[in-house]
Design a protein around this ligand. Sequence first.
Ligand code: PHE
Length: 354
Amino acid sequence: MTSAAPGLDPESHQREALERIAAAPNEGSLEELRVEFLGRKAALSEALSRLGSLPPDQRREKGATLNRVKAALQQGLDVRREALRSAGGGTLAAAEAIDLTFPGRSPRRGHPHPVMRVWREMEDIFRGLGYDVARGPEVDNDYYTFEALNMPAGHPARDGFDTFFTAVDGAGTDDTTETRVLLRPHTSPMQIRYMETHQAPIRVMIPGKAYRRDNDATHVPMFHQVEGLVVDEGITVADLKGTLEYFARAMFGDRRRIRLRPDHFPFTEPSLEVHVSCMQCDGSGCVLCRHSGWIEILGAGMVHPNVLRYGGMDPERYTGFAFGCGIDRVAMLKYGIDDLRSLFENDVRMIGQF
Ligand code: PHE
C-alpha cells in the first residue's frame, strides 16, 4: 500500500506504482491498481485536491510534479493493458504467463542407426586400404543378378536367393528372359557392373540394400550387404585372407583371428566361408558362437573365370577375389543384438542404446 497523502513522495510513489503495474498478471488486477493509484481516494488524487491550500508559488510547482506522476501512471496502465491483451485476450492467468527468461527445453539429439554406424565404419576400413566406394541399383535384372554371375537359367543355386521378382517382361514365364526385373537378392550384380565400367586394377567395396523372401530372427526381407571386389594381375587367396583378416581386426578388435572353410558359390572358385574367432568368449566357446569358438561373418572366394569374362576381363591375365558381408549381421555381433528384426522396428528405446 502507498503511504498516506501528506508524506507522498512523488518519485518513489511513481516508481513503486509503475513496478506493480508492470507486474499485473491480468486485466482484473490491473483495474484494481488503477483504482488504487488513480481513483478518487488514491493518495495522488488526495494530494492534488489539497493543492488549493498551498501558497501560490508552491502550488504551481507541486501541481506540475503531481500531474507528471499521474500521466506516467496512466501511460503505464495503458501499456500494461495492451501487453496483457496481445498475450491472450487479457485473460492469461499468472500461472500461464510466458516467462521468456526461463531456459528453453533442448531438442532431443539423435544419432546414426547402428546399421549405418557399421556401414560407415566398413567404408572407412576399406577406404583405408585404398578401395573405391561405389553404389548400385537395388532393382536389377536377371542378367546381372544371375546369368553373368555364372548362374544360367535353371541353375539350382538361383533357388538359394529367394528373389522378389517385380515383373516378367513380355508373356514368357520361364526364367530365360534376360530383362526379367527383380529386387537384387545380393550386391554381387555390382561385380559385373563395376568391371564393365572400370579397368584393372580394381579395388572396390559396394555397400547397399538387398532383398530376399525371408523373415525370422536372423533374416529380414530387406537387409544390408557389402560387396568387395579386387581384380588385378597376380591376386591370390593370400590377398583375400590378409585383407579379410585385417578387416576382422579393424572391426572386432586386434585379438581376432579368422579361418577359411570351403563353401560353394557359382561365381567364385574356390569359394570360402570366412569365420572370425568369437568376439565374446575369445574362442573358448559360449552361447554366441554356439560353443564352437568361431562365427561366420561372410562368404568369399576367387572370382570365377566366367565371371571375369562376363565383366570384360581376360581371365588369362587377371585374377581376383570377391566377398559379400552382411552389414546387419556385423552390427548384431558388434553390439550384441540377438534379434535382427529389432534393428528395423524403429523403436528408439531399442536403437537409442547403441
Ligand atoms: N553374394 C553372396 C551372397 O549373398 C556372397 C558372396 C559374395 C560370396 C561374393 C562370394 C563372393 O550370399
